[in-house]
Design a binder for this molecule. Structure first.
Ligand code: PLP
Length: 396
């Protein structure tokens, strides 16, 4: 067995049938038929065949999928055009009308929309529970529950779900488990180690790592990935050859990037923890994190994601203080997304106004003074200096 760092560089090399060290971009929609027609029929019908038509497969996509499935310790993987394509195709490979899903109160906003609007209209019922509460998760299971869908750590307030517990109650009840591993990345967490069946990612984030592509990936057993592939044939959403080439390139440095990001984020979290203008610092790597014990059990690093709560005696003032900080920061850019080499910051209370009403904001833990930070690989002294300056004249 080779190590993650080696697999990131070498896995899936068999899909590169050229002499080029770097896998070529197969920028083609279709492929010449084999002289042997029997072979061509196999190419047309075999799942993920990389030499028939792009919606079926592509050599660069196969190589990217091979690297990621080895990181996630699953048999197989399928790359798609976005994280949401991965999530929706994977869920639709499990449930049909009349089925029931158990999931969390806090989820990525796109996944939340899929559960609350789309699936409901197609006759799938969904229960949302507090992910920190194992009893609530178990209690929500019904005879027609087919899927437990978790996101850990979750967006935006970094709560975590007990993966070993979830997979054990699911197995007892014949239910499939699926985890969104985007925030942790496979460097910090391997859900398969705790018995989770399917892992999904927005590869747009840490896996790609340079904010220059969108991609998604579903990891699972060979049989399950074939099911997802069949959905993707009709729903579309194949990953473009150029984007999968960028993804492969980004993956090579995943381990180095995430280790640097973990270390920067921990140092920044410690700075926030002792700063008088910060009321609360939410970082999984801090001992003060309420779920630090569980984090230590199932994670190898704290990730680059942290959330802070700025002081302010009223909701209004906290909101204004958060906006003031965004205004003053120079290195941290105010932009959606996360997981890139550059540090980003967002103010969830203003950004998700259109997705969440007031009650939803409060059940998903979004407060007026909260800032969500994605730490990059810049020098830590510069990152701390940027916040030190921005926090200078914050008012109570
Ligand atoms: C960004 C994100 C997604 C969606 O990914 P896209 O590539 O934008 O479609 C899903 N889950 C999490 C946790 C994310 O951060």
């Amino acid at each position: 067995m080779s190590h993650i760092e080696t697999d990131l560089i070498h896995k899936g090399r068999e899909f590169n049938d050229s002499k080029a060290v770097v896998t070529p971009i197969y920028q083609t929609s279709t492929y010449y038929a084999d002289d042997d027609l029997k072979e061509y029929i196999i190419a047309a019908t075999e799942p993920k065949n990389p030499n028939f038509y792009h919606r079926h497969g592509n050599p660069t996509n196969s190589q990217a999928a091979a690297v990621i499935s080895s990181l996630e310790k699953t048999e197989d993987a399928l790359v798609l055009a976005t994280g949401m394509a991965a999530i929706s195709n994977a869920i639709l490979a499990v449930v049909k009308a009349g089925d029931h899903i158990v999931t969390q109160n806090s989820l990525y906003s796109g996944a939340m929309l899929f559960f609350k609007e789309f699936l409901l209209e197609y006759g799938v019922e969904v229960s949302h529970v507090d992910q920190k509460d194992n009893n609530a998760i178990e209690g929500a299971i019904r005879p027609n529950t087919k899927l437990i869908y978790i996101e850990t750590p979750s967006n935006p307030n970094l709560d975590i779900t007990d993966m070993e517990f979830v997979s054990s109650i699911a197995k007892k009840n014949g239910i499939i488990t699926m985890a969104d591993n985007t925030f942790a990345s496979p460097i910090n967490q391997t859900p398969a180690d705790f018995g989770i069946d399917v892992v999904v990612h927005s590869a747009t984030k840490y896996l790609g790592g340079h904010s220059d592509l969108t991609a998604g990936v579903v990891c699972g057993s060979k049989e399950f990935i074939q099911k997802v592939w069949r959905r993707s044939l009709v729903l579309g959403g194949s990953l473009s050859p150029f984007d999968s080439w960028l993804l492969l390139r980004g993956l090579k440095t995943l381990s180095m990037r995430v280790k640097q990001i973990n270390s920067n984020a921990l140092a920044l979290a410690k700075f926030f923890e002792s700063h008088p203008a910060i009321k609360y610092t939410g970082y999984i790597g801090l001992e003060s994190h309420p779920q630090n014990k569980l984090a230590q059990k199932q994670m190898r690093g704290g990730t680059g994601m942290l959330c802070i709560e700025v002081i302010g005696n009223t909701e209004d003032l906290a909101y204004k203080n958060a906006q003031h900080i965004l205004d003053k920061l120079e290195i941290f850019a105010n932009a959606a997304s996360l997981g890139g080499v550059e540090s980003l910051v967002v103010h969830p209370a203003s950004m998700w106004g259109s997705h969440h009403d007031k009650a939803q904001k409060s059940t998903s833990g979004i407060t007026s003074g909260m800032l969500r930070i994605s730490v990059g690989i810049e020098h830590i002294d510069d990152l701390i200096a940027d916040f030190d300056h921005a926090l200078k004249d914050i008012k109570l």
